[in-house]
Design a protein around this ligand. Sequence first.
Ligand SMILES: Cc1cc2nc3c(=O)[nH]c(=O)nc-3n(C[C@H](O)[C@H](O)[C@H](O)COP(=O)(O)OP(=O)(O)OC[C@H]3O[C@@H](n4cnc5c(N)ncnc54)[C@H](O)[C@@H]3O)c2cc1C
Length: 461
Amino acid sequence: MHAHNGLDLTPLSGQFSGSLIPPEHPEYDAVRQLWNAMADKRPALIARCQSEADIQAALAFAQQHSLEIALRGAGHNIAGNASCNDGLLIDLSLMNEVTVDPATQLVQAGPGATLGQIDAACQAHELAVPVGINSTTGIAGLTLGGGFGWLTRRFGMTVDALRAARVVTVDGDVVEASADSHPDLFWALRGGGGNFGVVSRFDFQAYPVGPEVFAGLVVFPFAQAQAVLEQYRNWILTTPETFNAWVVIRHAPPLPFLDPAVHGTKVVVLAICHSGELAEGEALADTLRGFGEPHGAHLGAMPYAEWQQAFDPLLTEGARNYWKTHNFTELSAPLVETALDYAEGLPGPECEVFFAVIAGAANRVASDATAWSARDARFVMNVHARWQEAAEDERFIQWSRALFRATAPYASAGAYVNFMTEEEGGRVEDAYQQNYARLKLVKQQWDPNNQLHLNQNISPD
Ligand SMILES: Cc1cc2nc3c(=O)[nH]c(=O)nc-3n(C[C@H](O)[C@H](O)[C@H](O)COP(=O)(O)OP(=O)(O)OC[C@H]3O[C@@H](n4cnc5c(N)ncnc54)[C@H](O)[C@@H]3O)c2cc1C
C-alpha cells in the first residue's frame, strides 16, 4: 500500500492497530487540524496510535524513512509544534483512557486524555488532579510543560502530582520513569516538555475535591480596573490556598447576567474558584465584590467539573492565536498600571490579558526538584491575542509583543514554555534557568540525535 506521496505504508500497516492517515485520506484535513489556526501544517502521514506497540512501530517507520517526527496529544499547544510539514505526526489522541483507583487515589491517564476526561473520571470519586482551566486541553502537553489551574495554590503544579510515567524511547524501548526508576528522566519529564521520549501513560496523585466548589465571575467596568486591582493585588496573597481568583481583562462576552449594554465593553473579570468550605468561598467572594461597583456577578456552588468547562466557549479551536507570557512574584502597582495602559488598547473582542495566581504549594518545592523551575513565581501573565483573519496577524502580534516588552521589567525568572508561541531566541534556556544544564544531559542520554525537536527544544549539542 503506497500513499500518493510515495510512502510505502505496507510494512507499517501490518503491525499497526490504529489508523494511518495519508494526505489523500478523507479524514486528513479534520485530523491534522491544531487548536491554533496559525499552525497550518501538512504531515506526510498521520499515525493515530492505539497502543505502545503502535508508537514503537511509528517511531521505527519515521527513522527508516528519515521523516521528521511530531507528537500530539490534544493539539492545544500554541506554538503549533504538535504537527509538521512532510514528516510523521504521531497522534496519541485516541489513547485517552483514564482509570482511577479510589483506594490509593492514583489516576492513570493515556497521553490523549483531555482535562475534561480526567476531571470526569476523578469526580466520580470526588477527587481531582490539579490541571488547567479548559476541559479540551490535553493532559500530555500540559503536564510535560508544568501545568497549573484553579487548584494549583492548594496542591501545586500538575507536575507535582505526577508520580510516574511510561515512556517509549526513540530507540523503541518502553521504560517506567518515577522517583525509583530512571529518576533523571522522571525529573526531566516534569516540565522539560516532549524532549525525551513518547509518554504512553501518566500516573497522578489525585486529591479530594468537590463535588461542589464555590465559583463564578465578578465583572467590573474597565474604568474601575485600577482601583479594583489596587485592592486585589496584595489581598489575594492573604487568602487561604483553597481560594483562587484570576484577573481577566477583556471585552465582556454576552453573558446572560450582564446588561446587554455591557456586552462588548472593556471589563475586568475576577474569575473565582474556592475548593474549601462553600460558605468561606462566598465570604471571600463578597470581599472581592466590594472592591468596586460590579456590572454584575454570577457566583454560587457548582460542580467542580462544570466550572472546569466554564471557559470552553471562549477558547474554541480554529481561531488565530498569539501568546506572550511572564512570571511575577508580585503584582506591583507599576506592573498593574502598565498592563492596564496596554489593555486600554485591546485590539479585538476576543483578546485578553490574564493573571493566573499560582501562589501556594508550588512555591514550597525546591526549584531544582523538577525541571519546571519557577518556584518563586506567584502569578503568571498571559497576553492572549485572538482573532479570525490572517490579514490581521501583524496588528495583533505587535500588540502582544508591545505589552510583553513593557511588562518585562517587572517579571521574575523563568517563563512558562506552554505559553510560548514561538522559539524566542534563547528563551527556552531562560525558562529553565539553572535546570537547563541538567536537562541537556538528560536529553543527551535519551534523545542524543534530537529526533524529538518539534517542541520547546532542549538541544543535546
Ligand atoms: C484554550 C487553552 C487553555 C489552556 N489553559 C491552560 C491552563 O489553564 N493551564 C496550563 O498550564 N496550560 C494551559 N494551556 C496550555 C497547555 O498546557 C498547552 O497548550 C499544552 O501543550 C497542551 O497540551 P496538549 O496535549 O493539548 O498539546 P499538544 O499540542 O498535543 O502537544 C504539545 C507538545 O507536547 C509534546 N507532547 C504531546 N504529547 C506527548 C507525549 N505523549 N509524549 C511526549 N511529548 C508529547 C509535544 O512536544 C507537543 O508538541 C492552555 C492551552 C489552551 C489552548
